[in-house]
Write a protein of this length. Structure first.
Length: 131
């Protein structure tokens, strides 16, 4: 669901709830313009990603807690790599759908995912992440 993506991108439940409200308000206003070229869930994820990125730009994120919380490390990835990792691993979206959500060619998505996995593995001190 979009709430998982919002939380993963923002790292704060209150901000994620605010983002989700904005996502569904924006989707409600734009539903007439939904052409059906993509799945409705893909369209909603695209809106959620844009809303979250806009919120992150306007707000200074709260200090991240220390520890071996993988989401702390995921949130430290560059935004494009982070979104690719979240959509593929947490949301379990197929490559093609995740690329469509991010509005990039399949090859670009795979590159972002590979780089995100590599950086995440390095941060966690483990070998390459499989899947």
């Amino acid at each position: 669901m979009a709430s998982h993506l919002c939380y993963a991108l923002l790292g704060d439940r209150v901000l994620a709830e605010e983002a989700c409200q904005k996502v569904f308000l924006r989707a409600g206003r734009g539903l007439e313009g939904f052409r059906g070229d993509a799945k409705l869930s893909t369209w909603l994820y695209t809106i959620a990603r844009r809303v979250c990125l806009n919120l992150r730009e306007r707000l200074t994120p709260p200090p991240e807690r220390a520890g071996i919380d993988i989401m702390v490390h995921v949130r430290r990835l560059p935004p494009d790599h982070r979104a690719a990792v979240i959509l593929f691993y947490l949301e379990e979206r197929p490559y093609e759908e995740a690329a469509a959500v991010l509005g990039v060619p399949l090859g670009t998505f795979k590159t972002w995912l590979h780089r995100g996995k590599r950086e995440l593995a390095a941060r966690l001190g483990i070998g390459e992440v499989k899947r």
